[in-house]
Design a binder for this molecule. Structure first.
Ligand SMILES: Nc1ncnc2c1ncn2[C@@H]1O[C@H](COP(=O)(O)OP(=O)(O)OP(=O)(O)O)[C@@H](O)[C@H]1O
Length: 250
């Protein structure tokens, strides 16, 4: 069992993508919050999920990542191995959840959880911390770091496990412009390293900077799924036009 985990974490041969979402529906308390969404996300493009408050962006990401179970429909990966699928993706939340340990230990803990051998953990964790510019703070208690630094620890943790797919849900919503740009630079570096990026944001500037394609949701429905340049220049739907003009609040 342990060996199987190790192999899954270190030798990802078969592609995980594309990710197909088929007639995905999520209901809670008698309300349909995500309504029959179908789309396919492939390798390479940075996908930005946009839409007004309550559109279902977080729900879509959480369902894709397996944090929630759909009421109907399904999430299908190219790889038909639930354990490997789970281990080859990472999720960064709006507020990072950090352990009451050193910055380094937060990353090595994630590696232990991913089945990486004790021998490799420290080097891999340090490498990831260096990549996000936090090598010098490895020994500092993680919870004493600034908000932007804490989010960089979350990204180092994600990077260290070498995921195929990284989901980010409003990862910069609480950060100032400088910390936001730092996070965007790390996301861009992960994209260039071959990690599939799927993120939600309220920040139109960020969407324009990072997106290759846009998934636009409104009231739980998929309204547009198009290349970013086309979406921003010629949105097809009235909802998207209103949203880009700042006229669609929910
Ligand atoms: N587990 C849940 N149970 C019940 N309702 C939920 C649950 N998760 C989300 N919702 C509701 O579903 C709707 C969509 O939520 P979601 O968080 O996906 O929206 P969002 O598009 O990410 O919005 P925002 O931009 O405001 O973060 C909201 O009305 C939210 O209150």
């Amino acid at each position: 069992m342990f060996l199987a985990r190790l192999v899954a974490a270190t030798a990802p041969d078969e592609p995980l993508l594309p990710l197909s979402v088929e007639n995905l529906t999520f209901e809670a308390g008698g309300t349909r919050l995500l309504d029959n969404v179908s789309l396919t996300l492939g390798q390479g493009m940075r996908t930005v999920v946009m839409g007004p408050n309550g559109a279902g962006k977080s729900l879509l990401l959480r369902l894709c990542h397996g944090l929630l179970r759909p009421t109907r429909g399904r999430v299908r990966w190219a790889l038909d191995d639930g354990e490997a699928v789970r281990r080859r993706q990472a999720f960064v939340f709006q507020r990072p959840v950090l352990l009451r340990r050193s910055t380094l230990a937060n990353v090595t803990f994630a590696l232990a959880h991913a089945g990486v051998t004790l021998r490799c953990r420290r080097d891999r964790a340090m490498e990831a911390l260096e990549r996000v510019g936090l090598g010098h703070l490895a020994g500092r208690p993680a919870r004493l770091l600034s908000g932007g630094e804490q989010q960089r620890v979350a990204l180092a943790r994600a990077w260290a496990i070498r995921p195929d797919v990284l989901f980010l849900d409003e990862a910069t919503a609480n950060l100032d412009p400088s910390a936001t740009r730092t996070i965007e630079g790390i996301v861009q570096a992960m994209h260039e390293a071959g990690v599939k990026i799927v993120l939600t944001t309220h920040d139109l500037g960020q969407a324009r900077r990072l997106a290759d394609e846009i998934v636009f949701l409104h009231k739980g429905r998929l309204v547009e799924h198009r290349p970013a340049a086309a979406f921003f220049e010629r949105p097809r739907s009235e909802q998207a036009r209103a949203f880009l003009d700042g006229r669609l609040m929910e």
